[in-house]
Design a protein around this ligand. Sequence first.
Ligand code: NAP
Length: 279
Amino acid sequence: MTARILDGRALAATLRATIAARAAGLPHKPGLAVVLVGQNPASAIYVRTKDRAAREAGLAAQTIALPAETTQSALLDVVARLNADPAVHGILVQMPLPPQISATAIIAAINPAKDVDGFHPLNVGRLAEGTAVLAPCTPRGIMKLLALAGVTLRGARAIVLGRSGIVGRPVAAMLLAADATVTIAHSRTADLAAECRRADIVIAAVGRPELVAADWIKPGAAIIDVGINRLADGRLVGDVAFEPCCQVAGFITPVPGGVGPMTIACLLENTLIAALAAA
Ligand code: NAP
């Protein structure tokens, strides 16, 4: 079998065009504020990419860049100002934050109705109970890629490799809400390969280059590779051994060009959702 490649770039472009059309029909542009503290090079690239994508979709994007020595209280003031600004519908504080600032305190201070990352405890709780309006972007993108594949979720066995708050746990909640039978695996899982082999759907979000081998995959399974790993030779690879797994899986996402573009498109979609809810 040769897996069908799920083209996240193309799907994201379609979603961004839909968002742009919806945004253009609104009396006020949906506003997205992205806050960057410090000069982490990877964070700076992410923030620039988000800002550019938002502008291209016709959103009112602003990036607030603060020095690395910003205090927690100063950042809380910025969040309070953005919470109170009616032109700002979505607030994203780029992680990681410098050590003097508690990410938990900052996330809790964001108005849940503007929490386009879906990380506020209220939104996490709503996702767990199946009533989320703003859900985390990467898991939303994953669910759209599974829909693109036409994979039946109801009754399917899904395994999520990784239990982080930004990917593993929320995507497990979404799969459960879609009636899949969900296993969440992590670094203490006894036999990862055996758990994986039972799965019709594999979501790999561990951050370990090419951990998932072809003999872990049930023939015909759908694989969503969330991992982004830079090798010593400069190559970017996922958490899945792509070429060998292509010979076994039914569907697979590439890295790059799979989940990554969908994460950004879903951030724009969350901003549109927040703007529509505020209207
Ligand atoms: P994270 O917070 O570091 O969590 C990694 C998870 O993987 C943890 O639950 C950990 O288990 C588990 N794990 C680590 N090594 C393992 C192993 N050998 N076997 C089984 N489980 C293992 O990572 P994350 O933030 O979720 O990100 C995961 C990957 O996705 C990274 O490569 C990241 O760059 C990428 N990512 C991509 C996007 C995108 O848009 N494409 C978005 C977010 C993240 P424990 O809990 O037991 O430690």
